[in-house]
Design a protein around this ligand. Structure first.
Ligand code: SF4
Length: 370
């Protein structure tokens, strides 16, 4: 076991009432914890945890940059949407939550309205079915996501390679969790006391890569599932670690997350992708925080095939949308002047209001108002 990693009992055996009572019994302490992942943000709002925690403790829960759609660089969306518009041989595919997210100039939805062939897929493997059915078209998949979804696309590329499918291309816009955690920890404006870490990403990478949070930064972190009990238990552990000044990485998602993660999934990812720098919307360049296809799979690389540029550092050109500050946890959506008036889910100005796991959208849908 890593020096600062602990396991813990199953939170689903403890009711929310008991967990709230446990929290009330701890000494009153101010603390700022970040839930990195958009799925946790949704749980926190849907189950009323935010309001109860705010009312009964001095704990502040801050939403982080773990919504992959929200952090997709605008210039990447623009480039690929424009390419699909200009090239009638292309069928552009993406997951549904990216469809309406605007770059600086275009979204995939707008590109389709203007005549591009844009289709939504549920699984990366859907692309191979399309490629087989439509051999005269190029199927261009815009691949976003953190470690959770990366084994699926890696597997798809391996299958396409094995089956000799030549009309399938991937635009790689992946993000990695560890580099962005370091950015957050290094940002003195945030002054975080700890993290609630995403259970699904952790099933792939395991506990071990997080150990630096406690060992180097002396902060607590809890790997948690996505039920209300998981989040409450995570807050309880984080608060205790802060009070006792004993930072650890605690895994309360033990049924799914192992110390070294899913080795097979990691092997597939590493077989297909190399680590690369990546641009994050509103944040900018983060070294070694993304992927590129390895040379042996370059035949599937849409950037190479179409000569696309790497994402540019243009991520702050969004008028007055403050998505970047929201993603970094520097402000809440309520502090944006457009929240709930000019910017709503049906008329979003920024990515954080488009994605169902974006902070602005979650605040709005669960009734937070200024
Ligand atoms: Fe951007 Fe809208 Fe969120 Fe404001 S409310 S930060 S404009 S997405």
């Amino acid at each position: 076991m890593a020096s600062n990693t602990l396991h813990s009992s199953r939170p689903d055996l403890i009711s929310p009432e008991v967990l709230y009572e446990l929290l009330r019994r701890l000494p009153v302490t101010e603390a700022r914890f970040m839930e990195v992942c958009g799925t946790h943000t949704v749980t926190i709002f849907r189950s009323g945890i935010r309001q109860t925690i705010l009312r009964e403790t001095n704990v502040e829960l801050i939403s982080g940059p773990g919504c992959p759609v929200c952090v997709t660089a605008a210039s990447e969306i623009d480039q690929v949407a424009q390419l699909a518009l200009e090239n009638k041989d292309i069928i552009l595919t993406s997951y549904g939550d990216l469809f309406k997210v605007r770059g600086g100039r275009l979204s995939f939805a707008e590109s389709r309205e203007k005549g591009a062939d844009v289709r939504l897929v549920i699984s990366p493997l859907d692309n191979l079915n399309l490629a087989r059915k439509l051999p005269n078209k190029k199927i261009l998949f815009f691949s976003t996501g953190f470690e959770t979804t990366q084994p699926g696309i890696a597997h798809t590329i391996l299958m396409a390679n094995e089956k000799g499918i030549k009309n399938f291309l991937v635009y790689v816009s992946h993000k990695l969790i560890i580099p962005v955690l370091k950015v957050l920890l290094d940002d003195s404006r945030l002054a975080l006391d700890g993290f609630i870490l995403p259970g699904h990403v952790s099933t792939i990478i395991g506990e071990e890569p997080y150990s630096f949070i406690a060992d180097v930064y002396k902060k607590g972190a809890v790997i948690a599932g996505f039920e209300a009990e998981d989040v409450l238990y995570a807050v309880y552990h984080l608060l205790r670690m802060k009070i006792e000044n004993k930072p650890r990485v605690i895994n309360i998602y033990r049924g799914a997350v192992r110390r070294f993660g899913n080795k097979r999934a990691q092997e597939i990812i590493n077989e297909v992708f190399d680590i690369d720098d990546a641009y994050w919307r509103g944040i900018g360049l983060i070294k070694n925080s993304g992927h590129r296809l390895r040379a042996k799979y370059r035949d599937f690389d849409a950037s190479e095939y179409f000569g696309l540029e790497r994402a540019k550092h243009d991520e702050h050109q969004f008028g007055h949308c403050r998505c970047g500050e929201v993603l970094l946890g520097l402000i809440t959506p309520l502090e944006c002047q457009y929240f709930g008036n000019a910017c709503k889910p049906e008329n979003p100005l920024g990515a954080c209001m488009v994605s169902s796991e974006g902070s602005c959208s979650t605040y709005y849908r669960y009734g937070e108002r200024k």
